[in-house]
Design a binder for this molecule. Structure first.
Ligand SMILES: Nc1ncnc2c1ncn2[C@@H]1O[C@H](COP(=O)(O)OP(=O)(O)OP(=O)(O)O)[C@@H](O)[C@H]1O
Length: 233
């Protein structure tokens, strides 16, 4: 299993919202789309599973067979989590969050730089596939929202991570571009990687081949599990 979460919980600081994740499994080759109403905890789930948000004390999260839960409570933990993220994960944030002081090309290449990889043809290839070749040498502030979103998609997959997380990656795109971008995410890493996407476009996700998981909202929170798509342990 690439990722196995059990009994994870997250509570907002004011305790008004609790997300519970009884079980969530991503295996190599999985392509999963989370759908559900605004505010029900979809981004929070991505934050938890991508090691950006600290879960409550109970529960367990294994990445590639390694239990990372203890990292949250140890001094050395942040470095371990950082290494796992840098080498094995890619993330398309809801707001594209490109670094404003780097060109689009340098933004996309950033994960390669962090890992000490020098092959730049991949940056060019992804930019061509996402139709932003002409934007590579511009600064993020000069791009449209949709162009920035496509650059963020390229940055998330450029280092061929085994776990790709994407938070509404096509929200700002024209339907034709959205279809292409979703397909590109779907095709990333083939059978050795998993892609977990949050989207309000469940129809397109299903057409592309993603398995759909519904967040189940309830008073004061929501529950999200992959058990229902046949991944019970
Ligand atoms: N710091 C915070 N304090 C209080 N509530 C918070 C905080 N952070 C998040 N929440 C609550 O957590 C819930 C889940 O938010 P989240 O962003 O995960 O929802 P979402 O399903 O991704 O929404 P959307 O589809 O609108 O992006 C929301 O109801 C939000 O109000």
């Amino acid at each position: 299993m690439l990722l196995h979460a059990q009994a994870l919980q997250w509570q907002s600081p004011d305790r008004s919202f609790t997300l519970s994740v009884p079980e969530f499994i991503l295996r190599a080759g999985d392509r999963v789309a989370i759908v559900g109403p605004s505010g029900c905890g979809k981004s929070t789930l991505l934050g938890l599973l991508s090691l950006a948000l600290r879960p409550g004390t109970a529960g367990k999260l294994e990445i590639d067979g390694e239990d990372v839960s203890p990292c949250w409570n140890r001094r050395w933990g942040a470095a371990v989590l950082g290494r796992i993220r840098a080498a094995g994960m890619g993330f398309v944030p809801q707001m594209s969050a490109l670094l404003p002081f780097l060109s689009v090309r340098a933004n996309i290449a950033l994960p390669l730089d962090v890992l000490g990889q020098t092959d730049r043809t991949r940056v060019q290839d992804l930019a061509a596939q996402l139709d932003i070749l002409g934007q590579l040498d511009r600064m993020p502030a000069t791009l449209s929202v949709g162009q920035r979103q496509r650059a963020a998609i390229a940055r998330a997959v450029v280092h061929r991570p085994r776990l790709v997380f994407a938070d509404e990656p096509t929200a700002a795109l024209h339907p034709d571009q959205a279809a292409g971008a979703m397909r590109l995410l779907f095709d990333q890493g083939g059978a050795v990687s998993a892609v977990l996407m949050v989207t309000h476009d469940g129809l397109r996700a299903a057409e592309t081949g993603f398995s759909i998981v519904n967040a189940v909202p309830h008073a004061g929170g929501a529950c999200i599990t992959t058990a229902r798509i046949g991944h019970a342990a």
